[in-house]
Design a protein around this ligand. Sequence first.
Ligand code: MTE
Ligand code: MO
Length: 315
Amino acid sequence: MLIKHKHSWQETENSVTGESLYLNRRTLMVGAAAAGAAIAAPNVFAQRERELAELAARPTEYKSNESLTPENAVTQYNNFYEFGVSKGDPYQNAWRLQPKPWSIQVDGLVDKPGEYALEDLIDFNALEDRIYRLRCVEAWSMVVPWIGVSLASVLKKIEPQSGAKYVRFETLADPKQMPGLRWPVLDWPYVEGLRIDEAMNDLALLAVGLYGKELPNQNGAPVRLVVPWKYGFKSIKSIVRISLTETEPKTSWNLSAPREYGFYSNVNPEVDHPRWSQKRERRIGEFGRRETQKFNGYGEMVADLYAGMDLRAKF
Ligand SMILES: Nc1nc2c(c(=O)[nH]1)N[C@H]1C(S)=C(S)[C@@H](COP(=O)(O)O)O[C@H]1N2
Ligand SMILES: [Mo]
């Protein structure tokens, strides 16, 4: 796991804001998983807590000099419509979700299709810690310490064919586990997609944990996407299917309100939502507002993906 470039938002010192928060909370921020430790998926987080002191001393690749959003806000203020549309609903209702065991159907233009156990798709011995800003289209944002693997590492495993141009993701849609499915607020299952070069960008993360712990159900257990340069709704939760396609996949929010939500949905203060401005955001836990940054501040790593594209037309 090598890092080729250092960016302004990646800091290697242990002095970054948030370090003490981590230690206070007995959670960690580490580079890779404990080197050489042969840990199965269910034990990896307990293992991490035990090795707190050692792990906390290691530099991580994706840090932020911004304060972390308090853990209780990250786990209690959520959008996960399968459990209800209010921000507190997922925390209340997501105990019904059964994330273990979990399998993911892989199909479409891949050389290695099939039904994969989660542990066969995600290498739990190679987890990375990354602190990402997540900017919701509703003009609030958070800074979250995620644990996961790059989406690219999983795509390599399933071997996309040369004709594959897009990746499509699908969330579980089980009414027995997800009470929100009884309301037709979206056309279930929740679906999302990325262009393949976006999906291969190292920033795109498949997260299995946050704040040093396994992913809570309300945050998309056992595995969810985090695409920090795009509005939060692209970061699809509780993924049960990954398909490689030749054509641009339909996405839930675009289907529901095509004038308001495009396929790309890159964070862009210059392109307002038809019903509100995207120029500023409220960082959860803070007073006042801050300026929204283009690509949520990750332009250095992703702007090239959109060279020559009219981001007003391709919103
Ligand atoms: N399946 C599914 N994934 C989803 C959503 C959802 O309703 N269903 N909400 C999205 C939205 S709008 C946001 S802002 C993020 C919120 O992630 P968080 O609750 O972990 O902060 O999840 C995204 N992923
Ligand atoms: Mo969102």
